[in-house]
Design a protein around this ligand. Structure first.
Ligand code: NAD
Length: 498
């Protein structure tokens, strides 16, 4: 791998932020002096390196956040909100620069993924900036001689840990909810994609009072674990894998802390028999592709990766689906013509290839796609979108989160049976239903165990909607004012005798 960044063209790197630690309003290098390389997964080049923090840096960041909390919690909610709006506006003003950086580090295509993610990031911050003044309590009619009311109190220091697949928008959700509600924050981005988060932290450096918003870059075990275990972190908000989520939950339980978990999914996509006319078939196929998040290499927690097609429309849906998926262009994330970029790193690429090979060896029918080159032969971690049929719902490829562009299609004829298959997973994050039959849609949405069900739509989250997983996909909800109040504040009851 080369250390040259000239191949990145007009991608502008963060400056002060490369040191890694933004603590108490100042950028600094980690105490241990360690760094970690950030790799462009399309070009297998080192983009740059950033600080790699350890427990000592986490201690310093948490101490700064703790010291800043008493004043911050007393600021009027609308003042905190105004700062979030200013933050969102600055991101919009630098949108293209941030999107290019995001595409370079994540491998998420600039046109289809990275630009829209930057726009959503600004939108989330402005949303919380606007609604956070609704941090209201209740008055209680407890009877004569009593006056009782509640207030919504922040917890203190929030530790937020995020993954690499959509790092900016996830950072914005944690920032908006925690700072808006009067908590202070220590945010740890993922080691594979810290640069765009660092860049927006640079833009925020003079918005929030020192210590209110802190960022610490580093690896999971060295930096994430001490943050989740820290006695002065009142709440942890974690988005990531089921395995790490379990460890974080244990650490938080040891001190009876507060916790939000946004974990993985294996979401079903159900096509009903009435989806038959040409226009509706076309729209549904576009939605199936969007639900599978093919354009993000399938690296989405809400990916609709199990496709159940009614047997009477299978022969109409499948050829169109294959044709449209084959038309997607896989290529460099910074190339305007690319629809799909690269898988984040060698480990994930190897795991995705492992799922594909195992399914082929077990006799799955390949409707489209193929096993990509081995990690050693790959010139970039470019996947090939794959659609399998001839797979049973119990196979590993149909049960586990591949987190790659691999879709499993299964025909169905009995509604009760397909709904049972759809629910036959420990996950419960998202689900997609395609039908014009209102009764079928209502039966399906009632029966499906999922935190978010979309009917005849397959887009991303929109600020204002509560989003969170059922079953083992998570605990708590984010993206909404209700989620922020439920997950980032506690009720204080005050009762007066009159
Ligand atoms: P991951 O769990 O490996 O890493 C997530 C974060 O946790 C990273 O910042 C990492 O450094 C940190 N970490 C790793 N080990 C840790 C430890 N022992 N203690 C504390 N922190 C630690 O996940 P990933 O591979 O980066 O992301 C993919 C996963 O995230 C998928 O399972 C996906 O479904 C999930 N995800 C969920 C949502 C959601 O909203 N539900 C959104 C995006 C991604």
């Amino acid at each position: 791998m080369s250390n040259s960044t000239q191949h990145l063209g007009d991608v502008k790197l963060p400056t002060a932020g490369l040191s890694g630690n933004f603590i108490n309003g100042e950028w600094s290098k980690p105490i241990g002096g360690k760094t970690l390389d950030v790799i462009n997964p399309c070009r297998l080049d080192t983009i740059t390196s950033v600080g790699a923090a350890d427990a000592r840096d986490i201690d310093a960041a948490v101490a700064a956040a703790k010291a800043a909390f008493p004043k911050w919690r007393r600021r009027a909610a609308r003042e905190r909100g105004a700062m979030l709006i200013e933050f969102g506006n600055r991101i919009t003003a630098h949108a293209e620069e941030i999107a290019r950086l995001l595409a370079a580090e994540t491998g998420n295509a600039l046109r289809t993924q990275s630009r829209p993610e930057v726009a959503s990031t600004a939108e989330v911050l402005r949303y919380y900036g606007g609604v956070i003044a609704e941090q209201k309590g209740e008055t209680l009619p407890l009877g004569p001689g009593l006056f009782s009311y509640t207030t919504r109190e922040p917890f203190g220091v929030v530790g937020a840990i995020i993954p690499w697949n959509s790092p900016l928008v996830l950072a914005a959700v944690k920032i908006g909810m925690s700072l808006g509600t009067g908590n202070t924050l220590v945010l740890k981005p993922a080691e594979d994609a810290p640069l765009a988060v660092i860049r927006i932290a640079e833009l925020a450096a003079d918005i929030f009072p020192p210590g209110v918003f802190n960022v610490v870059t580093g690896e999971g075990l060295a930096a994430g674990a001490p943050l989740s275990q820290h006695a002065d972190v009142a709440k942890v908000s974690f988005t990531g894998s089921h395995e790490v989520g379990q460890k974080v939950a244990h650490a938080v339980a040891d001190r009876i802390g507060h916790l939000t978990l946004e974990l993985g999914g294996k979401s079903p996509c159900i096509v009903y028999p009435d989806v038959a006319g040409d226009t509706q078939l076309d729209t549904t196929v576009n939605n199936i592709i969007a639900a599978m998040r093919f354009a993000r290499q399938g690296q989405s927690c809400t990916a609709g990766s199990r496709l159940f097609i009614h047997e009477t429309v299978w022969a109409k849906v499948m050829p169109r689906l294959v044709e449209k998926v084959n038309a997607l262009k896989v290529g460099d994330a910074l190339d305007e013509t690319s629809d799909i970029g690269a898988v984040i790193n060698a480990e994930r690429y190897t795991a995705v290839c492992g799922f594909i090979k195992e399914a082929i060896d077990a006799g799955a029918k390949v409707e489209t796609g193929k096993l990509p080159p081995s990690t050693a032969d790959a010139k970039g971690y470019f996947p090939t979108p794959v659609i399998f049929s001839g797979v049973d719902n119990t196979w590993r490829v149909a049960k586990e989160e591949v987190f790659g562009p691999v879709l499993v299609a299964i025909p169905w004829k009995d509604e009760a049976q397909v709904l049972a298959m759809a629910n036959d997973t420990h996950y419960g994050l998202a689900a997609y239903v395609f039908t014009n039959d209102i009764n079928a849609a209502m039966r399906a949405t009632e029966a499906l165990d999922a935190g978010w069900i979309q009917v005849n739509r397959a887009g991303g989250q929109i600020p204002g909607m509560s989003y969170g997983g059922a079953k083992q996909s998570g605990i708590g909800a984010e993206y909404s004012i209700e989620g922020a109040l439920e997950s980032y504040t506690s009720r204080k009851s005050v009762t007066y005798g009159i």
